[in-house]
Design a protein around this ligand. Structure first.
Ligand code: APR
Ligand code: ZN
Length: 283
């Protein structure tokens, strides 16, 4: 499970970090309250603030960081059942995690829908308008086109409901860079069996890690990249991570967008990780 905190090392602000989070820096958009920027009723009245923000967040301006590539390495090793992300920056796809392994629970810029005639379009068709500070309009009915980002009150994508089978099957759950403030995504943290270890890698304790820990929860608090680096060290995956990151960087260097796409006993390593961490944060 990933949130905006996994992308802050890539230069994208998260939402709720005091001072630096997006919701603390929306004065320029002149909106009544922070979440209005993701509310349909406000969007229909004034889509401009959302598109001004979209210009900042539009995929293509940022690169994945170490934490994204760790999730990609889990996939490469056949250990990633599915990545549920709240992020709309698309960096999981850029890191090479294939779409079938991804659930973009709060939508994506990859596609867009006309708010009047409901026609679907590739998101790329409107990048130009957004970058030119223009509100994109439907070529058929002239209605406003909205990227398929899930606004507050909107249905989550159908793929989100894969959780019904995924979470009971999981034998380890990572929760990385999220405040676990937004439902129904946040409740997924409680959807794994009680015997399944949950590993939080986050600046602070959040959600059930703050108020209802399980005996086998592990929290690696602090910066997300340092936390993931510590785990990679314990797993002895440093070399594979460096090789992967180098390979992906060379792909970008060649101008092409990176194309998308053994068994270590994570439990044993987790035991080491837990011993070192549980004492530190709950000792
Ligand atoms: N290292 C570790 N933790 C970090 C880092 C970092 N570099 N940067 C941020 N964090 C932590 C923050 O401390 C916070 O706990 O990541 C979490 C980010 O929380 P939010 O800003 O609330 O982002 P997120 O959980 O993804 O928000 C969920 O809210 O507004 C909606 O749709 C929006 O998808 C978003 C949802
Ligand atoms: Zn239309």
């Amino acid at each position: 499970m990933a949130g905006a905190g996994i992308s802050t090392p890539s230069g994208i602000p998260d939402f709720r970090s005091p001072g630096s989070g997006l919701y603390s820096n929306l004065e320029q958009y002149n909106i009544p309250y922070p979440e209005a920027i993701f509310e349909l009723m406000y969007f229909f009245v004034n889509p401009k603030p959302f598109f001004t923000l979209a210009k900042e967040l539009y995929p293509g301006n940022y690169r994945p960081n170490y934490a994204h590539y760790f999730l990609r390495l889990l996939h490469d090793k056949g250990l990633l059942l599915r990545l549920y992300t709240q992020n709309i920056d698309g960096l999981e796809r850029v890191a090479g995690i294939p779409p079938d392994k991804l659930v973009e629970a709060h939508g994506t810029f990859a596609t867009a829908t006309c708010t009047v005639c409901r026609r679907k379009f590739p998101g790329e068709d409107f990048r130009g308008d957004v970058m030119a500070d223009k509100v994109p309009h439907c070529p058929v009915c002239t209605g406003v086109i909205k990227p398929d980002i899930v606004f507050f009150g909107e249905e989550l994508p159908q793929r989100f409901f894969l959780h019904v089978t995924d979470f009971p099957m999981a034998d380890l759950l990572f929760i990385i860079g999220t405040s676990l403030e937004v439902e129904p995504f946040a409740s997924l943290a409680g959807a794994v069996r009680s015997s399944v270890p949950r590993v939080l890698i986050n600046r602070d304790l959040v959600g059930p890690f703050a108020w209802q820990q399980r005996y086998n929860d592990v929290a690696q608090l602090g910066d997300v990249v340092s936390g993931v680096e510590k785990l990679v060290e314990l797993l002895d995956w440093n070399e594979e991570m460096q090789t992967l990151i180098q390979k992906e960087k060379e792909k970008v260097g060649r101008g092409s967008e990176p194309c998308f796409p053994p068994s270590v006993s994570l439990f044993l390593v987790l035991g080491l990780f837990r011993g070192e961490q549980v004492h530190a944060c709950w000792g």
